[in-house]
Design a protein around this ligand. Structure first.
Ligand SMILES: [Cu+2]
Length: 121
């Protein structure tokens, strides 16, 4: 009984040690977004998504759709440091709710995606 309990504790400690070291190999993640998720903004000129790591620009996309699912025309931009994915709208956005969908190919080869809404008043 004690032996198996000790063994379980040892295994738990090993698992914990691995979990504790995992941030060193963390995946790229979204660290900031403008407009932010759930934000209400007026007359936004574009969108900007900053990630924790560089991403592969040719395989990374951002789309903005209105409440009817129609894509907003935008000119995609990628910052010089390769961590910010942006889009500049070619026309002002009418009031309403918009959905942002992004997809990046991170440097470690993982594909990360996300979606969120913001509102234009
Ligand atoms: Cu990864």
């Amino acid at each position: 009984m004690f032996t198996s309990l000790n063994r379980m504790i040892s295994l738990a400690m090993i698992a914990w040690a691995f979990a504790a070291t995992s941030p060193a190999v963390a995946h790229a993640r979204l660290v900031s977004a403008t407009p932010a998720s759930g934000a209400t903004v007026s007359a936004p000129r574009g969108i900007s998504l900053t990630f924790s790591e560089r991403f592969a620009a040719p395989f990374s996309t951002v789309t903005v759709e209105d409440s009817r699912g129609r894509s907003v025309d935008l000119t995609r931009t990628v910052s010089e440091d390769g961590r910010t994915l942006g889009g500049t709208y070619t026309a002002p956005l009418p009031a309403g709710t918009y959905r942002v969908t992004w997809a990046i190919a991170a440097a470690d080869g993982h594909r990360m995606t996300g979606t969120y809404n913001f509102t234009v008043r």
